[in-house]
Write a protein that binds this ligand. Structure first.
Ligand SMILES: NC(=O)c1ccc[n+]([C@@H]2O[C@H](COP(=O)([O-])OP(=O)(O)OC[C@H]3O[C@@H](n4cnc5c(N)ncnc54)[C@H](O)[C@@H]3O)[C@@H](O)[C@H]2O)c1
Length: 353
């Protein structure tokens, strides 16, 4: 830490803080240092803070009152995000990073936006791939792909997170996954919503770049996958959109985004989240020519922290908060409609049996 580095305060010190943000911040010591860590569990707060030489507390207000904390990152469970982001804005911090999803519904999102505008405190949401240099290079070079792509496919095959978290660090306490009865329509609908708001939400902002107007969105099919996951086919305007995510016991994670037009196509392979494996690699194909962008030296998590530090220092423009609201509205629409589709389809099958 030096006089000139920005102090970070962390709310919630679970697996994401331990396995993603702390290792990422360790790579950015010339820009940022962790000043204070808060968790409702005192053991977690104390032991995680001890590893990085930060102060610890179980009280949000105590962390927010600490003047050394200039940037706040919200890594608590979803339901606390909105209130904590708002409190950090009201405490007059320089910037706030909120883990996805930054709100659970439209009205929370609008309230956050209102407070961000009123207080002038910029917010970014931890949709890390939107900061990945591979994605940004593709965006700078894809020309008219947004207008001509007719198919958007976004697929995640994810081995258990715990395997990667354990490589990254020794995790202190891990939540135990519950077994659920997927044959119950309500459970299946809940799993669909959870999958979209928990996992698919990462790259739905990327999908939305290709279909900014989603008012006529139609769910063509939606299924809960085995052992756990989701598969949703949508039609948005003239575009076919497929969103798929599955948790498996396989070894190799796969995280792919594709936008396909007749003459031009884009495929992006993102690097695994829990290892510092550089950026995504993007391949743009025009006829029989290919342009490859990446891999670059850092991933989207480091990208989001670099950007956040620049915003806090006033050397980068903050994001327009309405983009974050529209991204959240899109995710909530996909989640609500896909889960309703699953519930209706399973109830209809049950009634016919
Ligand atoms: N960007 C990513 O790649 C990524 C990956 C996984 C999860 N996430 C998001 O990060 C967030 C945290 O995920 P996690 O897996 O670490 O969650 P978790 O629920 O396992 O851990 C969260 C921690 O917050 C603590 N906590 C509970 N209530 C709190 C409160 N009111 N205030 C502060 N701390 C509180 C818990 O004690 C726990 O230590 C979630 O919103 C999740 O969606 C992001």
């Amino acid at each position: 830490m030096t006089e000139s580095t920005l102090g970070v305060g962390i709310l919630g010190a679970g697996p994401v803080t331990q396995a993603i943000h702390i290792p990422t911040l360790a790579r950015l010591r010339d820009v940022l240092h962790i000043a204070h860590i808060m968790d409702v569990d005192a053991n977690i707060a104390q032991s995680v803070a001890g590893r990085v030489g930060a102060d610890w507390t179980t009280d949000v207000d105590e962390l927010l009152a600490d003047d050394r904390v200039q940037i706040v990152v919200v890594c608590s469970p979803h339901q606390f995000h909105a209130a904590q982001v708002i409190a950090a804005c009201r405490a007059g911090k320089k910037a706030v990073l909120c883990e996805k999803p930054f709100a659970m519904n439209q009205s929370e999102a609008e309230e956050i936006a209102k407070v961000s505008i009123e207080t002038g405190v910029p917010i970014i949401v931890g949709a890390m791939h939107t900061f990945d240099p591979g994605w940004l290079a593709a965006k700078d070079n894809w020309g008219d792909l947004v207008d001509i792509a007719h198919t958007i496919r976004y697929s995640i095959v994810l081995p258990p997170n715990s395997r990667f978290e354990d490589f990254a660090t020794e995790i202190i306490t891990r939540p135990v996954a519950q077994q659920r009865d997927r044959t119950d329509p309500e459970v299946a609908a809940g799993m669909m919503r959870g999958g979209i708001m928990g996992l698919a939400i990462h790259d739905l902002p990327l999908v939305r770049s290709f279909c900014p107007d989603f008012t006529d969105m139609e769910v063509l099919s939606a299924q809960v996958l085995s052992p756990s996951g989701y598969l949703v086919n949508l039609r948005i305007g003239d575009q076919n959109v497929q969103v798929r995510g599955v948790n498996t016991n396989s070894w190799r994670p796969e995280w792919i985004f594709e936008a396909i037009g007749d003459q031009v196509s884009l495929r992006i392979d993102f690097s695994p989240s829990y290892v510092q494996a550089g950026s995504a690699t993007a391949v743009l194909r025009r006829g029989n020519r290919s342009e490859v962008y990446g891999p670059y030296s850092y991933n989207g998590y480091e990208g989001e922290w670099r950007y956040l530090a620049a915003v806090a220092r006033g050397t980068a423009d903050p994001l327009d908060v309405t983009i974050l609201i529209d991204d959240l509205t899109f995710a909530v629409e996909v989640a609500d409609r896909a889960s309703e589709f699953v519930r209706n389809a399973m109830t209809a099958v049950g009634a016919a049996a």
